[in-house]
Ligand binder design. Sequence first.
Ligand code: DGL
Length: 267
Amino acid sequence: MRIGIFDSGIGGLTVHRELARALPGHDLIYLGDTARVPYGTRSPETVIRYSFAVASYLAESGAEAVVIACNTATTHALPALEAAGHAAGIKVFGVVEPGVDAAVAAHHTGAIAVLGTEGTIRGQAYQKALAKRLPAASVAAVPCPLLVPLAEEGWLTGEVPTAVAERYLGHLRGTIDTAILGCTHYPLFKPVIAEVLPGVTLVDSAESTAHAVRDALGPGTGLGGQRFVVTDHIDRFQRVGEQFLGARPDPVDWVDVGPPRGVFALD
Ligand code: DGL
């Protein structure tokens, strides 16, 4: 099977890495919408339009399943993409439910923080999913927008990221036992966040998403080809992407995804 994976840019490579591990026998095509990143500060309507355009490209490229490797796009666009995909037999997966599953398994006291982009926190997908699964939970939802550009600059440790994490998260110290890293870029800051929030279990949805997709599709029996496409600079994607993927993404092609159409047309 060919599985399409998309993110606003580079961050979803953390999810791609886990998918490649968990589903080695499927072909993966990753689309980074680097021309339009960030999604995290945009309106739900814009994120839905971008997500449908990207999904249209993936469907035309033969994707039989689509993984939304972006928390903001999952928050705003998953229900509509799922409904559109369903009509054409294309399964659509997001990262929020698997992240919540992991938090439900990890927490001890129900005191849980959700860290994400402004759009993810405002869209409340994590808060709603947690309220359903753990009605007694006390949830602190905290946007941490500056961590995205810091990750893309490769500033993952040291004075600056520590000061930023302290400013966003210091007030949570001693009040939570689990934090969901609800943004593709935040797993790269695990050491810094762990220093600011000692003793807190940090839940990363990349691995739980890959397991959820494997449970639904199986590990596959093919050779597991990989291809990457981006909507802007190839060089930057390869250079910065290496720290998200753990290896240089290759091969990478440029594409113009075009408008939403076909299965994923918007009214
Ligand atoms: N990929 C986005 C997310 O997980 C973070 C980057 C952006 O704002 O586009 O929410």
